[in-house]
Design a protein around this ligand. Structure first.
Ligand SMILES: *Cc1c(COP(=O)(O)O)cnc(C)c1O
Length: 360
């Protein structure tokens, strides 16, 4: 069986080093916001080439706290509109809602699956104050164009980089949110997330918001939350961060083979603009009869996953949007299928997947 993603195999190489870290965290007697989190924040800020990093509990909170931070700073007001792709994982949209802001959905390009920048301007109103760009499947959204639009309209730009750790964009955004959920390109052994930014005031505010709105113990400045990156998760991430680039290169090498060797008219391969970084969090193909292809692959011992079967605007949780029409988003959700891809997948396994797909 070729697993969709073998997390055990991905994390095994770090076992011995992590046991040492575990001992040292255990014997330090300090388990929340200690030296591992501090070290990770320094390492990850440097890696992302932003000045500040704040470790938080998960990717959704990283996004939510960016918006709540800007509300606290008076740069956003409750009820302001935020442009967000209709074709995304629902967490992008939930973050906007949880900060009492209003998501305005924009269709993607069918080729890239990412937001179509050409459609953004027509959605901008006097209430629009920010754009949340999502780098879906690990492919950077068209950030240069997005920043031009933002500049013309005086908008804050936030990136949802949950799926694109390592695919550093043009570094012009106000803040970038990361997730270290175990399946992500930089995955922890549980939940974790981070915000990176060059905005000192924002970093300071999020640092407080993640900790009950408190900077000085028992003195609360904001209505905050409890969402701190865990010391043990940070310790594990400190061990894994140095291999993230090499892991992403392995993903890209597999993607290159899939792109050049899968030859089947029934399968639409993903678009990869080599000038735009893509770290292939997922390798997503499209096909008209997805059920049939997924069953065929399953019968040939190849595990696949659908990212995602139901678009956000069709979810029960967002019932008031269920009648809205986003045909490109809906088409993508009906046709996508994610093939196995990971830094631990062998080239023999890749060859097997290709040969089975070419016989379909
Ligand atoms: C995973 C993910 C998130 C949320 O991250 P969590 O750590 O699971 O909260 C947000 N946005 C996108 C695009 C994601 O893929």
């Amino acid at each position: 069986m070729i697993k969709f993603l073998d997390l055990k195999k991905i994390n095994e190489p770090y076992e011995t080093a992590f046991q040492e870290k575990l001992k040292s965290v255990l014997s330090s007697g300090w388990y929340i916001l200690g030296k591992e989190v501090q070290e990770f924040e320094n390492n990850f800020a440097k890696y992302c080439a932003y000045n500040y990093c704040v470790g938080v509990g998960n990717g959704l909170d990283a996004l939510t706290l960016i918006f709540k931070g800007y509300i606290q700073l008076g740069k956003l007001q409750r009820g302001d509109e935020v442009i967000v792709p209709a074709n995304t994982y629902i967490a992008s949209i939930l973050a906007i809602l949880q900060a009492d802001l209003v998501p305005v959905l924009v269709e993607p390009k069918l080729e890239t699956y990412n937001i179509n920048p050409g459609l953004i301007q027509s959605k901008i109103t006097s209430k629009t104050k920010a754009i949340l760009a999502v780098h879906l499947y690990g492919q950077l959204a068209e950030m240069d164009i997005i920043h031009d639009i933002a500049k013309q309209n005086n908008l804050i730009v936030v990136e949802d980089a949950a799926q694109s750790a390592g695919a550093i964009s043009n570094l012009k955004s106000n803040a970038v949110a990361y997730s270290f959920y175990p399946t992500k390109n930089l995955g922890a052994l549980g939940d974790g997330g981070a915000v990176v930014t060059n905005d000192f005031e924002l970093a300071k505010t999020i640092r407080s918001l993640r900790n009950y709105g408190s900077e000085t113990k028992y003195q609360n400045d904001f209505i905050g939350v409890n969402s701190r990156l865990d010391e043990l998760q940070a310790a594990f991430l400190n061990l894994k961060l140095p291999t993230l680039n090499a892991d992403n290169e392995k993903r890209k090498a597999i993607a290159k083979r899939y792109l050049s060797e899968i030859k089947n008219d029934k399968i639409i391969l993903p678009f990869w603009d080599l000038s735009n970084n893509h770290v292939f969090h997922l390798f997503v193909i499209r096909t008209k009869n997805r059920n049939d292809l997924q069953n065929y692959l399953e019968a040939n011992n190849i595990e696949t996953v659908i990212h995602y079967p139901i678009p956000p605007h069709k979810q029960k949780a967002l019932e008031s949007w269920n009648d809205l029409s986003f045909p490109i988003t809906e088409k993508i959700h009906n046709e996508v299928l994610s093939l196995p891809i990971s830094p631990v997948m062998t080239m023999d396994e890749v060859s097997y997947v290709i040969s089975i797909l070419n016989k379909y």
